[in-house]
Design a protein around this ligand. Sequence first.
Ligand code: TRP
Length: 327
Amino acid sequence: MPRVFSGIQPTGDPHLGNWIGAISRWAAAQEPGHVFCIVDLHAITIPKDPAELRAKTLDLAAWLLAAGIDPEVSTLFVQSHVREHTELTWILSCSAQMGELNRMTQFKQKSAGRESVSVGLYTYPVLQAADILAYQADEVPVGEDQVQHIELTRDIAHRFNTRFGETFTLPKATIPTAGARIMDLQVPDAKMSKSAETDAGVILLAETPARTAKKIMRAITDSGSEVVAGPDKPGVTNLLDLLSAVTGREVPALEEEFAGRMYGDFKKAVAEAVNDYLQPARDRYAELSADPGEVQRLLAIGADRAREVAATTMAAVRERVGFLPSA
Ligand code: TRP
């Protein structure tokens, strides 16, 4: 059984794009050996308000649990609870090279135009490598934008293994097959994103069904009046993809159903289907967020389990690099 590591940042408010593209897939695919990590150490590479970071970490955990991630089956934990991540980052940073980090596209993008850039933002990919390698992960499900970081992780692991002897499994990125890429309802050629300028086109998991319905009713549609997908109709295509994702029905079947109907009717159906789809998770989330002690208890179980695996890796790493064991 492959060991799978997934990381998600506790920043921004989780939205339907995250849910369809990542969170709900993770919950559906979980197996023993699956590790889900809320990466709060990565989050501070860009200045964050401490109270907000704490609240968002707990909130994201509640959403992951609400999605059905089962702490009895997989391991769900907060990155900073397992100190091995930071320790391994230092050691790996002595195997990573500046030339490699200089080539990282995400670093170039995030640092462009900033007056001051932290060393943490620069070494971010090394922390990501430590996350993955500490668990000897075989597979890392990520979006396209993270593939470069996984390749770097392989290179670092390979270099370490060559120098010190076989220590790390070389992981590979797995990119989710097909499946809808959910776009912003107001800007249908941009991905639905936490960093959108306004949330008018972003369906937040935590908002009320009325608000979700309003956003869908106001979604940009295209000229013409037919409910059909096509490159010249990004708005309607996105709504069809969305409806397909939440109902499990194919787009052509939906086009057929809505042939000859008005955009307004169609949007009403989309709004209803999206709200029906989210309601069970919204209910579970409401229960969990009313009981933060329970969420923290579950996270502590996850951290204990994660630590066991990471500690085994670290014991080998310390020995290989030549650290004197403490007596
Ligand atoms: N960098 C990833 C992102 O921004 C998050 C992340 C941190 C991650 N550590 C990871 C993803 C390890 C996969 C594996 O999306």
